[in-house]
Every structure is written in C-alpha cells, then in structure tokens.
Design a protein around this ligand. Structure first.
Ligand SMILES: [Zn+2]
Length: 438
C-alpha cells in the first residue's frame, strides 16, 4: 500500500511539527512540508497535473491537524496472560505469583493463542505497535502475533519459574522465532525464578548468537533482601557478577535499585523498562526514574501483563511515569512530558535493539505509526499538544494504528486475521472453563 498522510501534527524528536508523511509499502519515504510539491513532483517528473498524484498512492488520509506519531513500544509484557485479567487482584507480588502460576499451567495452546490475540487487539486499539513479549508457549504466541500483524521482540530462554531447558531447545526456539520473521531476546524470568546454571547457559547462548539478554530485576524489597541473604549482593550486583551485563541488556522494573546499582547499570549501558501500574497494584513500590534518568540510562515503558496491571494502556503508564517521581520527590519540574513520550516510543525501540527500524517518524524507518484524534473535549483547548498527549489524551483517542505500512486498526475496526467478535467469544468460553477449574 502507498499512503499519503496530509496536514498532520507530527511528533518527533521532542517536538511537534506540521507536515505530511508518505508511506510506501512498509517504509516511511517522506516526512516534511507539502508532499505534493516536495516529494511527488520531485520524484515523478512526468506528472504535470497534481490530480494524477492520487493515481500513484492507494489512499490519501487528511489528518486535519490531528497527531501523527510513532506507535508505542510496549517494552515489557506477558500478553498471553490477558485471559487471567481480574483473577488475582489485590495481592502482593509473591502471593500473586503463587496464585497465577497454577492458573497459567492450566491454559491450553488454543487458550494461549486466543488470550494473546485479545491482548494484541487491545494494543492495536490503544496505539501499541511493538511489544517485548516475555512468555513461553512460543508456537501459540507467534501464531497470534502473525495473525495480528503487530511487531514484537519475542523471548526465548527461561520465561517460566524453575523450568530447565537444554541448549538444543534454545537453538530450536531461536530458529523458530527468526524463521517467522521476529527478533529474539534471551530472557530469564528472574534471579529468584531462574537457576544460576540457566543464567550461565543463557549468557553463553546470547553471546554466541549476538543477542540481547533480559530479566525482571529488583522488583520488590523481598527480592532484594533474599538476594542479599543468599549472595551478599543486590540483584543488580549479582547479575553483574554472573556476567549478564556483558551482553546488551534490558531489565524490567528496577523499583529498588539503589545509588550504587544505578551507577553500575549506567556503566554497562543497561536499558531499564519501568512498569508503574503493575508496580503500584502489586505494592512493589515506585521506581527511581529521575535518578535513573540523571545517570544517563535509557528508560523505556512497559505495561507488564494484564494479570497484574490490568490494562494495556500506554497513556496511563505515561501519566504515571511523568507524575510519580514528581510526587515522591516533591519536585514538579522533573520528568517532562516530551521525555516521557520519547520513553514510550524511541527509547522503547532502543531498549529492544530496534532503533534503526522503529520509534520515530523518519524517512527510511518502518511505517509503524498512529493517528490520534485530538478533538475530544478532554483535549481542549489545544494550548500544548505534547502536554495533552501525556496528561489528557486517552487510549480511546487513537484513531488509526499502522504496523509495517499495514493498517491494523482504524476508527473502531480491527483488521486482524480473526474478528474481534470471534476473539471475544472464544475468550468468554475459556473464561467459563477456567472458572470451573478454580
Ligand atoms: Zn513482568
């Protein structure tokens, strides 16, 4: 498809500029003022009449001054958990894990497929175009991603707590993920859920195959306390000791990273993904985003799973990232709205090693973008569009979501290989079955 977005307010590089964006197939080929003069006429000398321009694009979308920006990068998620939304609420993390793990084990491959699709539909509707997917059950998960069209970096390795795996399995997983067109990340659940032997296996595998590594880290005080009792080190120090940071690394949460942990993470250039809703609801705490930011660490944002969050809404997460540290540090001047928008887009792309593909609206990057309707009453008046995006806009304001140049959601309509009705009906059947098992 060749699509010309006209008259947009384009968010990029901390600011909003007016202009057009042209997408040919999966790539952004023009960003700037007046594509008619500066792109189509320049590139098609033979075209003298402007009306002929319409014949070389499949569709012209007049954005009418609404926002066009990179799709959100959800840098930490367990999407197949969507079916468990609301089944383990009002608990602290370690009690919650005790409740969730048996429930997860009862899910069939078909359950996982539909549960993942349900989550992906929620992402598409909320403007999330790219996901760090941290789950097992690869075949069902990848099938769901393929049927949705969303982009993902898919975990291989040790997503399940206390499950062993051979090097052969890791090779097979990597082959499967790559053959299906996805990037892979070597993921260990956590220091408390993954054996030291498996961390070692994963590090070696990541090095041989030139992959990123990732894990949950310093999510709760209990985790930090247990780690210091067992190893005499904080979780961050223990990961360094294990050689985990010798590879490019992405770590999730870092709620209880202290001053020394933060300088260690900065020394190794580790990417940190913050998931504020999940941390608040599971009573884990508030991540030191301002201190991490001051140390020069790349910070991205994730939703975590619907079983802990319970929604996939980057607008909610952005609001929390922008405000929580202001409140606990009694400083309203820190963590600006444009910085948070970058965390949700280009920093997320960097955390997933995809900064050369997505995260901004730039010529040569992949066409993963969203159109946001700014006409809602909650966005009036439009004194500051960037401020509105972080503090006022709702995920329901997303009008169109495009991944790799393909529109996967527009004006209430989902364009997956399955209809939303089919997905919801199937998930309702699964929910009823699960209730009889609990
Ligand atoms: Zn998680």
């Amino acid at each position: 498809m060749k699509i010309w977005f006209k008259n947009a307010n384009i968010f990029n590089d901390n600011k909003i500029v007016k202009g057009d964006v042209v997408v040919f197939n999966d790539e952004i080929v023009f960003v700037g003022e007046d594509a008619e003069t500066n792109f189509f006429k320049v590139n098609r000398d033979s075209i003298k009449e402007t009306t002929l321009i319409n014949s070389i694009v499949d569709r012209v979308i007049d954005v009418k001054g609404n926002i066009l920006m990179s799709g959100f990068v959800n840098a930490h998620a367990h999407t197949p958990s969507t079916i468990l939304r609301g089944m383990a609420d009002d608990m602290s993390l370690h009690d919650w894990l005790d409740k969730i793990i048996p429930l997860e084990k009862s899910l069939t491959d078909e359950d996982i497929y539909y549960s993942t699709l349900l989550g992906l539909a929620e992402y598409a509707k909320a403007g999330i175009t790219c996901v760090e997917e941290n789950y097992s059950r690869l075949h069902s998960v990848v099938k769901a991603y393929k049927d949705s069209g969303l982009r993902a970096r898919i975990s291989i390795g040790f997503p399940d707590v206390n499950v062993d795996k051979s090097e052969f399995s890791l090779n097979e997983e990597l082959k499967f993920v790559n053959e299906n067109g996805y990037d892979a990340v070597c993921y260990a659940h956590s220091l408390y859920g993954t054996s030291l032997n498996n961390f070692d296996k994963l590090n070696t595998f990541a090095k041989i195959n030139n992959l990123f590594v990732s894990t949950h880290i310093s999510e709760t005080l209990k985790e930090v306390g247990d780690c210091s009792v067992e190893f005499g080190l904080t979780p961050v120090e223990q990961l360094e000791y294990l050689g985990f940071f010798d590879r490019p690394a992405t770590v999730y949460h870092c709620v209880h990273a202290d001053k020394d942990d933060i300088s260690l993470l900065a020394d190794y250039n580790v990417n940190v993904v913050t998931c504020p809703s999940s941390n608040l609801k599971l009573a884990s705490g508030i991540a030191p985003i301002f201190a991490l930011q001051n140390a020069g660490i790349n910070i991205a944002i994730g939703t975590d799973g619907a079983y802990s969050n319970n929604s996939y809404d980057m607008f909610k997460e952005m609001f929390l990232v922008a405000t929580l540290n202001k409140a606990i540090l009694y400083n309203g001047e820190i963590i600006k709205a444009h910085e948070v928008l970058n965390m949700a887009t280009k920093n997320g792309a960097k955390a997933l090693g995809l900064e050369n593909k997505v995260g901004q609206i730039k010529v040569g990057l992949q066409a993963d973008l969203i159109l946001i309707d700014t006409n809602g009453i909650h966005n009036q008046p439009k004194n500051n569009l960037i401020s509105n995006l972080v503090y006022s806009t709702k995920s329901s304001d997303v009008y169109l979501t495009m991944v790799k140049g393909k529109i996967i959601y527009e004006d209430g309509q989902l364009f997956f290989n399955k209809t939303l009705d089919e997905i919801i009906q199937k998930c309702e059947q699964i929910r009823k079955r699960l209730l009889t098992q609990t």
